[in-house]
Design a protein around this ligand. Sequence first.
Ligand SMILES: [Zn+2]
Length: 286
Amino acid sequence: MAKYLPCLVCNQSDYVKRKGRVRDNPDLDILECLGCGLVTLSSFEHIQQGFYENSGMHGDDRPSIENWKQETAWDDQRRFQQFASLFADKKLLDFGCGNGGFLERAREHATEIAGIELEKRVQDFYSNEIKIYAGMDVVPGKYDVITAFHVIEHLADPVSILSMLSALLKPSGKLIVEVPSANDALLTLYESEAFQKFTYWSQHLYLFTPDTLKKIGEMAGLKVEKVEQYQRYPLSNHLHWLSMGAPGGHKKWSHIDTPDLQQAYADSLSAMGKCDTLIAHLQLKE
Ligand SMILES: [Zn+2]
């Protein structure tokens, strides 16, 4: 077995290669740690300085910020509804705020909002409207709630980043971290070959399990209140992957997804630990 870097979480170096392909970099292997289950890539050498700053995340056909906001509106609205009670009349900071769609929704609800985003055009886009910082080191003050939606899986050293973020939390504050799950049913239950060749991405350096996400929080010196299973994509999306081998079923076949069915399917996946998303609730230690 080729020698890889020791696992970020458990420090051992034995991995099994996962089936599938990194969609934008087929030279990379997808590794699952035999010690703890963390999923990572065989090398991080492809990571480029300035990639996110210059909108590299979007590939060659970069959408306008308005079009990008339309793409993420369903997640932004869901996150607003899911977490609004946490930041009502409080100070909110969104780390890796992307196009700012979540912050725009939260603006009327929180006493103060701010974002951190490397992508330069986002900082310019909101220059007079929403304070968007280019990094953690320039954020003044502390926040009641800090959110990080689908960010830390992009970072080579998520432990240090969470530790730095915790320095921006008020003593009773809360840090919400949402990441894609390594145990997504399409990967570990249905083993959809098409999905295995689509979902892995050179910019996702890690995929977490509930245990490894909890460990990352603890390694950052935080108290882990809970790690929740959450299903973003409905049954129509999964059926479409399994029958057509392609994404987009949740748009094409949305008539399948009644609210009751959606909830029941999510509950069933959650009971198996096979939702597509994990949400950690972290706090400072007392
Ligand atoms: Zn490990």
